[in-house]
Design a protein around this ligand. Structure first.
Ligand SMILES: Cc1ncc(COP(=O)(O)O)c(C=O)c1O
Length: 384
């Protein structure tokens, strides 16, 4: 059996044709495809505004800036995430504060969030880990009481739903970010977006995406009206623009997002059936209010097997099963430890990490490949 990665993109002829059309057009960047992609993202999620950018990391950075995060502020986030979810606070000079997870979903625990709120807390950044939505109404309730902003990190969760609303609708948050990296539900190569229902945040996001520059005449020096060359820089922004080539791919991919999620869910269902009641590991659950995008299929080794994770992982890889581990708790990374963060601060997250292995899941994974993954893991765990 050929190597099976833990995740990969599904790009077909229609996607390629759309990207090629842009390559033949006048606009490779700053053209009409970007607005079209943003409009499609709004139609898909139900949010009023979308700002497409060069990566999920850029999306987190400009969302944090738009939220007003700055030196002296704190941002509460989860340790079970990719480092970008916390780094965005550091980029703004603020301090990430890690709240422990609920062991079942590995999502941030709202009670732990409450315990970590101080007068410095400016934002909460919950992550929909593995595509399973967080307890958003609880988090929104906590934030509302304290006038704190919520930025959903939905890098894993485009296509997921919470209480019947699409993730990205921002029904329970101020902003939501997506990533379009190739392992995610839809891809633009690299890419990301911020969604919001606030006109004020939307204006700030547009500024931060493009060097802090505006050409909106209502915001500029009146005496310069009618000067075609004129623009003004109003803030310190960045070049976080996405290209039209990527946006065309995004428009084409987004049409297939629901289909991709259904495919992922059918693979998760196949795994769930095969693994039900096994003695080696626990499998992911889905809460009744959630419809998961199944970005990952994280298993957790039981007590007798967790000490053998390294061997199980290596044996799976050597047999062509491209497993991965999500995630090394962010506060235990050397950079964060140098900043004073301590191991032991989030025991559930640290325990989760020591048991976790992500099995391959992506739309093009064939049933025969999934069965190979199932047979191989049973064989390896049975021998350990
Ligand atoms: C939870 C989470 N947030 C943010 C990011 C950053 O996204 P990008 O790789 O598009 O910058 C990732 C990427 O893997 C992620 O998994």
């Amino acid at each position: 059996m050929k190597n099976i990665p833990y995740g990969r993109q599904s790009v077909d002829r229609s996607d390629i044709a759309e990207a090629v059309k842009v390559l033949r057009s006048d606009w490779l960047t700053q053209g009409p495809k970007i607005a079209e992609f943003e409009k499609s993202l709004c139609a898909y999620t139900g949010a009023k505004y979308a700002v497409a950018v060069s990566s999920g990391t850029a999306a987190l950075h400009i969302a944090s800036l738009a939220a007003g995060l700055k030196c002296g502020d704190e941002a509460i986030t989860s340790p079970i995430t990719f480092v970008a979810s916390a780094n965005c606070a550091l980029y703004c000079g603020a301090r990430p504060v890690f709240a422990d997870i609920s062991p079942d979903t590995a999502n941030i625990d709202p009670d732990e969030v409450s315990k970590r709120i101080t007068r410095r807390t400016k934002v909460i950044i919950p992550i929909h880990f593995a595509g399973h939505p967080c307890d958003l109404s609880e988090i929104a309730g906590i934030a509302r009481k304290k006038k704190i902003m919520v930025i959903e990190d939905a890098a894993h969760a485009i296509g997921a739903e919470y209480k019947g609303s699409k993730i990205g609708s921002c029904k329970y948050s101020d902003m939501t970010i997506f990533s379009f990296h190739p392992v995610k539900t839809i891809t633009t190569g690299e890419g990301g977006a911020v969604l919001t229902n606030s006109g004020k945040l939307h204006r700030a996001l547009l500024l931060f995406r493009n060097h802090g520059i505006t050409k909106d005449i209502s915001l500029m020096d009146r005496t310069m009206r009618g000067c075609g060359w004129y623009y003004e820089m109003h803030d310190l922004g960045f070049n976080y623009r996405i290209t039209d080539i990527q946006a065309a791919l995004g428009v084409s991919q987004l049409k297939k997002a629901d289909q991709f999620v259904e495919k992922r869910r059918s693979i998760a269902a196949l795994y769930n059936d095969a693994f039900a009641g096994n003695q080696f590991f626990d499998t992911p659950d889905e809460k009744k209010e959630a419809y998961s995008a199944c970005h990952l299929y994280p298993i957790r080794l039981k007590d007798g097997y967790m000490k053998k994770r390294k061997d199980i992982f290596a044996s799976l890889r050597s047999r062509g099963v491209g497993v991965q581990v999500h995630y090394i708790p962010v506060h235990t990374q050397p950079y964060y430890r140098k900043l004073g963060y301590k191991r032991g601060a989030c025991p559930n997250a640290e325990d989760y990490y020591s048991r976790e292995i992500s099995l391959p899941i992506y739309p093009a994974l064939k049933a025969a490949q999934a069965r190979y993954v199932i047979d191989t893991i049973f064989k390896i765990c049975g021998r350990i």
